[in-house]
Design a protein around this ligand. Structure first.
Ligand code: AHR
Length: 500
């Protein structure tokens, strides 16, 4: 491999390390929010969960869904708690007491120091309700809605910058599921209203959810042609899965995400050109994650609990490697992907598990934390010459993937290296001609042993980053031996270019 200072991809937006909180399973109720628990603060926010989220390094959190938002009435979640209605959450077959709503989410975001990002219901509702939510949230005061917010205890506007216009409307599972033209028109007209309120808001339109949906043939083209003039982002959602124990395909999941991002970029650019829009849309990968297994206890028609165990996968070392590999793909598209939300943050498909009396980190926590901490500054394009390997789904792909980030201010070059091969170690050489004085500050590896090893409550630290021992600088070349099925982070101290 070779990494060069002049090969910049783009600045790494801190929103790349976002996550997602949905009224789903035990993500909100029993996850981040458990009033009355000795582990919660006086607002009902779990302190132990909050500590792990802070350490994870999450920057932005998307809320309240997901599929949930397509049936949500935001007004249910504001005002005195005792007057809030209890409603069926049709998306997840649960009951929502609405004791956690908009104010709680914004308060919680402030407590954690994360940026709140909201999705609006374009499933069962429309432009007027979305504009009401915007006015309630962001208008300083002097109108009925903004004064209501003040009366509900929030004197300052919430100042939410980023808004998702609907969620996965192409999915037949979605309440208010739409054709591309129906959604494209609705999203465009909602965006027009949002722009009239504040031209600087950042608006996300829903791209194609899955390639196997019949509508995927022309979803992006139709939606983006309708919305290119108003939108800032097109959304990509991706969940990868280890199917039939085909670990080789699974470890190469970065190929899948690369393809989805590049498809969305091509569609956005074509629509912008056709509509004569002289700016490029960014990509918001605002749901990405790993599903492992199906829920053992599907709901029965009578069963509408507040807390339901949905998607509480126990993640493996292989899942941690794939999480790292997906982050490599995001970094390698940093010029266009400027927001990404790992899905979800707590309990459901999550890096953090919370039970009533304690929390622990899943394997997938660690690559996210390392990348959020160290991938700063500019993403650099690395060139790779590597052997190829066979995968069931993607054909022959490079056995190695890498992302490189350069933080000039901090004097640090970081390599994120994936060995996708389930069986072969990789002896790698990375030429670093631009940094003759570099030295290895730290080298860590995740995986490389039993790919099905997991962290559990009893053994929360079985899958953690360990020292990558076989790494050394020889002249201007970094030599490293990457174990099979592994993800590594090599931090190199580079003399800062900053003048004293
Ligand atoms: O993350 C769970 C669900 O996956 C979300 O609600 C939906 O947007 C996606 O299909």
């Amino acid at each position: 491999m070779a990494v060069d200072r002049d090969q910049a991809i783009g600045r790494i937006d801190r929103r790349l390390f976002g996550s997602f909180v949905e009224h789903l399973g035990r993500c909100v109720y029993g996850g981040i929010y458990a009033p009355g628990s000795p582990l919660s603060d006086s607002s009902g926010f779990r302190e132990d969960v909050a500590t792990l989220i802070r350490d994870l390094g999450v920057t932005t959190v998307r809320y309240p869904g997901g599929n949930f938002v397509s049936g949500y009435r935001w007004e249910d979640g504001v005002g005195p708690r005792e007057a809030r209605p209890s409603r069926l959450n049709l998306a997840w077959h649960q009951t929502d007491p609405n004791s956690f709503g908009l104010h709680e989410f914004v308060d919680w975001s402030r407590k954690l120091g994360v940026e709140p990002m909201l999705a609006v219901n374009l499933g069962t509702r429309g432009i007027a309700e979305a504009l009401d939510l915007l006015e309630y949230s962001n208008h300083p005061g002097g109108t009925t809605l903004s004064d209501q917010r003040i009366a509900h205890g929030a004197a300052s506007p919430f100042g939410v910058r980023m808004w998702c216009l609907g969620n996965e409307p192409d999915g037949p599972w979605q309440l208010g599921h739409k054709t591309a033209l129906e959604y494209g028109r609705l999203a465009a007209e909602t965006a027009r209203g949002f722009r009239q309120f504040d031209p600087k808001l950042e608006l996300v339109v829903a791209g194609q959810t899955a390639p196997w949906l019949p509508s995927s043939v022309d979803w992006d083209r139709i939606v983006l042609e309708e919305t290119a003039e108003f939108a800032d982002y097109v959304a990509v959602h991706i969940y990868v899965e280890e199917l039939e124990r085909d670990i080789q395909t699974f470890l190469a999941s970065g190929v899948d995400l690369d393809g989805e991002i590049e498809r969305a970029i091509a569609a956005a650019d074509a629509a912008a050109e056709k509509r004569g829009v002289g700016r490029k849309l960014a990509v918001s990968v605002d749901e990405w994650g790993i599903w492992r297994g199906r829920d053992p206890n599907p709901s029965t028609p009578e069963d509408w609990p507040v807390e339901r165990r949905i998607g509480e996968s126990v993640y493996t070392a292989g899942d941690a490697v794939v999480t790292g590999a997906l982050i490599v793909s995001l970094l390698n598209h940093a010029d266009r992907v400027t927001c990404a939300c790992q899905s979800l943050l707590v309990n459901a498909g999550a890096p953090i598990r919370a039970e009533a009396d304690g929390v622990w980190r899943q394997s997938t926590y660690h690559p996210f934390q390392l990348a959020a901490r160290h991938a700063r500054g500019t993403a650099l394009r690395a060139t790779i010459e590597a052997p190829e390997m066979d995968t069931g789904k993607y054909g022959r792909v490079s056995a190695i993937d890498v992302a490189a980030t350069l933080d000039e201010e901090g004097g640090q070059l970081v390599l994120f290296l994936v060995n996708r091969s389930a069986s072969e170690v990789a002896r790698t050489s990375v030429r670093l001609g631009s940094w003759p004085d570099a030295r290895v500050a730290e080298a860590l590896v995740i995986g490389g042993g039993d790919p099905w090893e997991t962290n559990t409550r009893e053994h929360p630290d079985r899958v953690i980053p360990r020292t990558l021992s076989e790494v050394a600088l020889e002249g201007d070349s970094l030599e490293a031996i990457l174990p099979a099925a592994s993800w590594s982070v090599v931090r190199l101290a580079t003399p800062s270019r900053r003048q004293p």
